[in-house]
Design a protein around this ligand. Structure first.
Ligand SMILES: [Cu+2]
Length: 643
């Protein structure tokens, strides 16, 4: 990572299209201070020393405040930059906001929302290209909560190279969501919100070992609001951690920059757990069939080598080393040695307390966590090379089906692979069966993959030549895996690179959030934002929104494995699925997995049965989706499954 900092000095910013010349524009605002040279035009005068400021005397004017730019003709636009005041005063820095565009000044479309960091740095909000004559910012809060003011030194609009209306049958990227941090890690919470965090700093990782704090944010999809919180309670810099959702859905964060620590978030409070036995960073963890959590690897932090397995037990809230779970069989042959070769394991908690390790090493392994642990080879992943920073996704847990996709032999500075394999597992300890399928059209590493309610898997972002903190070979076009054909199709591109330190997660409304990337201070590759993708299944053939089946009620939301759940629908559906809540950091998401369910029906009342093996239906929170005959999914009901 340290050596990679040199590379960012020459990195380019793909979205940094040119600023549109503001000559002749007019600007209108809801409020400005008279008599102090703070009129609206100061936001587009090219002078960073002058500011637009809303009225503060003799009385203040309440938020929200709006500034509207009339560019006098239509442009294809794909972003806005906001420079807060540069005079050392923070009053009026914009926090929560909306960015909207219009062709006629009457009908407005939101292209971005979210919250900016409360500092004087330039705020860049890229968004999906769109034609617009008018652009407006609505400031909903003052970033520091100091008063009801809004101020701006400069606002610029960025021109897109081109604009093509994206076809809905390839899914649609929604408005950009701005965050006050670069989210390098994320987890879906059982309250429907998304927890995000960076390091001890909002936009930078450097110098964080021992910092004892983490910058976090929470995004609420229901309201669009983004809140920020500095977490000091657990004295843990959670940058580059291991991450799992425990049996009750709590993000369980191990190691990283503060390499022995354990922090658990219960949705309200951060709780310090016992230190791990070994110090780790870039380890992986997975929740087990009995609700314990297994951790292995992690030489990026806390010393190099021999990062063998250990397990946390919720019953005793303590860690135990597992001497029978050596890390050696799962090392890659990385040119940087063990510092990189034990990173980011592809772990799956499975039957009878076992763990299946599908990669990134070309060797696959079984671990057992019973007693003092055990390890057994599971064979090679076909002819696949080591695939660091690739993905493995269990898209059908009932049949033990795992898609592996992408990655690179070395952590950085080498060509990624586009290889894809279907790995099938069954009884723990048995050699896995491996089938090669058609490659990705675009080789990539540092990407993320998300399993969807219908069993398809969206592969997003990444770089074809992985270099941390670089977007030079960023891949903007996601590819959609169809398990029925074992093939990939390209969908509408993202507008923002999602490479190193990015994340993606399925949301309960069956959309996918893709965000983050960077966390390198003043670099050009910081992406403190996300976008939400609405897959094609949410649209009709004519491009209008599909009408979605609605789960009126479920007979239980907290069930044991093997339980039956009766689901009352508003309309006929043909299938159901359970998708476990996800967590994501550094291209690893050991939490998500999908269980297809075949219902029995009595009119609009459907009965589904949760698998009886807790290694398949891993304990924790799951999203229950109903799908109609056209494949349109409902919004999910959350079901907690107990071992
Ligand atoms: Cu990292």
């Amino acid at each position: 990572m340290w050596q990679a900092l040199a590379a960012l000095l020459v990195a380019t910013v793909p979205f940094a299209a040119s600023q549109i010349d503001r000559t002749g524009w007019t600007v209108t605002v809801d409020s400005f201070q008279t008599g102090t040279n703070n009129e609206a035009a100061k936001a587009i005068d090219g002078n960073t020393g002058t500011i637009w400021h809303t009225q503060w005397m003799p009385t203040t004017v309440a938020l929200p405040h709006t500034i509207t730019l009339d560019m006098k003709k239509s442009y294809n636009v794909n972003g806005l930059t906001y420079l807060p005041r540069q005079d050392g005063n923070s009053n009026g820095n914009i926090g929560q906001h909306l960015i909207q565009i219009s062709l006629d000044g009457t009908t407005w479309t939101t292209t971005a929302s979210g919250s900016y960091l409360d500092d004087s740095s330039l705020k860049r909000t890229p968004f999906t290209p769109v034609p617009a004559r008018y652009v407006r910012m609505i400031a909903q809060t003052e970033a520091g909560g100091r008063g009801p003011w809004t101020s701006a030194a400069e606002i610029n609009v960025l021109a897109a190279a081109s604009y093509t209306k994206p076809p809905t049958n390839l899914g649609i990227w929604g408005a950009t969501i701005d965050f006050p941090i670069v989210p390098a890690a994320a987890a879906l919470l059982t309250n429907g919100k998304v927890l995000l965090w960076s390091s001890h700093k909002p936009l930078d990782f450097a110098g964080g070992s021992g910092a004892g704090k983490t910058e976090t944010a929470i995004y609420d999809p229901a309201t669009g609001t983004v809140s920020r919180r500095t977490v000091t309670e657990t004295q843990h810099n959670m940058f580059c951690p291991g991450l799992s959702l425990d049996a009750s859905g709590r993000p369980f964060v191990t190691g990283g920059d503060d390499a022995a620590k354990l922090s658990i978030y219960d949705g309200t409070n951060w709780i310090a757990g016992p230190n791990m036995r070994l110090q780790r960073g870039y380890q992986s963890s997975t929740t087990l069939s009995d609700g314990r959590i297994f951790v292995i690897g992690g030489s990026w932090s806390g010393g190099e080598g021999n990062k063998n397995g250990e397990v946390w037990s919720p019953a005793s809230n303590s860690w135990s080393l597992l001497p029978g779970c050596p890390v050696a069989p799962m090392l890659t042959a990385d040119k940087r040695g063990v510092y990189r070769s034990d990173n980011h394991g592809w772990l799956f908690g499975w039957k009878s307390g076992s763990v299946f390790q599908a990669g990134p090493s070309k060797a696959m392994n079984w671990y057992t966590t019973v007693g003092t642990g055990g390890q057994k080879t599971a064979g090679l992943r076909g002819t696949d090379p080591d695939a660091m920073n690739g993905n493995a996704i269990m898209y059908d847990a009932v049949n033990g089906k795992i898609l592996t996709v992408g990655g690179a032999p070395n952590y950085e500075d080498n060509q990624a692979t586009g290889n894809a394999r279907i790995v099938t597992i069954g009884t723990p300890g048995q050699t896995a069966s491996v089938a090669a399928i058609g490659n990705l059209a675009r080789a990539r590493a540092f990407h993320n993959s998300v399993v969807m309610p219908d069993g398809k898997v969206l592969v997003l972002g990444g770089e074809s030549y992985p270099i941390p903190f670089s977007d030079n070979t960023a891949i903007l076009t996601p590819e959609l895996f169809n398990p029925a054909t074992s093939s990939f199709t390209s969908v509408n591109p993202e507008s923002i690179p999602r490479t190193y330190h990015s994340f993606a997660l399925l949301l309960p409304d069956a959309t996918i959030i893709s965000g983050g990337g960077g966390l390198c201070g003043g670099c050009a590759t910081n992406h403190p934002n996300a976008q939400i993708y609405s897959p094609a299944y949410l649209f009709k053939a004519d491009g209008t929104k599909a009408s979605r089946p609605v789960i009126n009620s479920v007979s239980a939301t907290n069930v044991a494995v093997g339980a039956t759940i009766t689901v009352s629908m508003n309309t006929a559906v043909t299938r159901f699925s359970l998708v476990r809540y996800g967590s994501a950091t550094h291209s690893v998401n050991t939490d998500q997995r999908r269980i297809p369910l075949t219902p029995t029906a009595s009119r609009l009342s459907y009965t589904v049965t949760v698998p009886s093996d807790p290694g398949v239906a891993l304990p924790g929170p799951w999203m229950l989706f109903a799908l109609d005959s056209a494949g349109v999914p409902s919004v999910a009901k959350t079901i907690i499954i107990r071992a």
